[in-house]
Ligand binder design. Structure first.
Ligand code: AMP
Ligand code: GLY
Length: 436
């Protein structure tokens, strides 16, 4: 059944391909647009040549084309107020308004909310003066974490193992402006020890539906070595989030945060992403993001058995219920194939072979992240190029299928981690999706 419904997805990465893919399989069969999209989204949606940061361009396209729903992927347009602009024109959007997106846009604001709401998180203080920041870092004692307040494309967090490193990081951020204006204000935070997990929750202003847990792999190399990246792979569920932790996360992380925002007159709608550290003293929040995670989304969405669009619409309308989302039991694994050199500099335009062969394997989807079409070929156009994703009867099977699919794919310089989900395979813990 095809409908007249029009949906615009904003963004161009693996997360947006996963959103487009999931929505394209919904029973409403909407007409899909993706701005600007990539070579993967172009197979399921009409790519519109407008960048995600071009708020005016997106607004004028939307005023003309009147999408029934717009789903915003990246944080930059959310923090810049795309939702506010669209809503002022009577356009329905999935995502938080500017005031709510500050949960990601300002780490100091997010901390202030967490502290006021009693959300478990590391001790911290925010500063505009480097000397005061250094004094506080010394008081906490190394290791400490220095975080630029504003958006820094995932680069504004520095883990310092000595007091000298902390001083250097504070000066680089505040004085040398290594992250531009994002570092005018910074946070000095206690270093937390544990395993990380991501919980994405759908929120409609009042109700919260937590999605299945997942775990990202941020470092470039196996064994969590090498430089930080945008994320080299993810799997879902993450057994480190044990069954008995869910009520605590629902109430003390999401419930308390949304309550505090409401007290300040801020309604949160869209996805609220909690980056958690599972410490010996329980789950603590490392960060909130105002959007779907990348690559967590690629590992979580294929596990959703129900349609996605009704849940996204319900978030915008304030009618979200648990029943709107149901789950497949199979775990899912996403391994990112990156360009040679990433996360440092890398070349673009490498022809990618074997995509169809990989996609043809049962329960495998190859999500495109940094790809483009050129003379009938799919070529690399970014650091993270593909998110090769598979569901399996168990995590072993999902991992095996993913790496089998990767063997089909080839481009000059490709590199990827060989140990995605290894932590979960080693553990005997059980994980469960709440309510399933
Ligand atoms: P964030 O953007 O705040 O999530 O930080 C990026 C990464 O830095 C996280 O995924 C963690 O690996 C690490 N990190 C951030 N804050 C802390 C902390 N307080 N203690 C230990 N590691 C941290
Ligand atoms: N996977 C980390 C993020 O989306 O910020």
């Amino acid at each position: 059944m095809s409908s007249d419904m029009k949906i615009l997805v904003v963004g161009s990465g693996g997360r947006e391909h996963a959103l487009v893919w999931k929505i394209a399989h919904d029973s409403c069969s909407p007409k899909l647009y993706c701005a600007p999209g990539n070579a993967g989204t172009s197979q399921l949606a009409e790519n519109i040549d407008i960048k995600a940061e071009d708020l005016d361009g997106l607004l004028s396209w939307a005023k003309e084309n009147r999408p029934d729903l717009t789903v915003v992927g990246p944080e930059i347009p959310l923090c810049a107020g795309l939702v506010d602009l669209f809503e002022a024109e009577g356009l329905k959007v999935f995502g938080p308004r500017k005031a709510a997106a500050r949960m990601e846009g300002s780490k100091a604001f997010a901390k202030d909310i967490m502290n006021a709401a009693g959300v478990p998180t590391g001790r911290s203080c925010s500063f505009t003066d480097p000397d005061e920041a250094i004094a506080y870092a010394n008081e906490l004692g190394a290791p400490v974490v220095i975080k630029a307040d504003g958006l820094a494309a995932g680069k504004g967090v520095i883990i310092c193992n000595t007091d000298e490193e902390a001083e250097q990081a504070i000066r680089q951020t505040m004085v040398d402006k290594a992250f531009g204006a994002a570092g005018d204000n910074l946070l000095v935070e206690e270093f937390l020890v544990g395993e990380e997990a991501s919980i994405l929750a759908l929120v409609d202003g009042a109700h919260v539906v937590m999605l299945a847990s997942s775990q990202d792999h941020k470092r470039a190399l196996d064994g969590d070595q090498g430089l930080n990246t945008g994320g080299m792979g993810a799997y879902s569920p993450a057994p480190v989030v044990q069954e008995d932790m869910w009520p605590f996360i629902r109430e003390k992380v999401f419930g308390a945060t949304l309550e505090e925002l409401k007290k300040r007159g801020i309604t949160y709608k869209g996805v609220l992403y909690a980056g958690l550290m599972m410490t010996a003293h329980g789950a603590k929040v490392l960060e909130f993001n105002c959007r779907f995670g990348d690559p967590e989304t690629q590992a979580v969405l294929p596990r959703i058995a129900s349609d996605l669009v009704p849940a996204l619409q319900a978030c915008a309308d304030g009618t979200l219920t648990e029943e709107l989302i149901s789950w497949r039991k199979e775990p899912c694994v996403c391994v990112v194939m990156a360009s040679g050199g990433y996360p440092g500099s890398y070349e673009k335009g490498k022809v990618i072979a074997g995509l169809e062969e990989a996609d043809a394997i049962d329960d495998v989807v190859v999500f495109h992240a940094g790809t483009d079409s050129s003379n009938g070929d799919v070529v690399t156009s970014g650091g993270r190029v593909l998110g090769v994703t598979a569901l399996g009867d168990d995590l072993h099977a999902a991992v095996d299928k993913t790496y089998k699919a990767i063997e089909e794919i080839d481009f000059d310089g490709a590199h990827y981690r060989k140990d995605i989900a290894a932590k979960a395979l080693k553990s005997s813990r059980s994980s469960k999706i709440e309510g399933v």
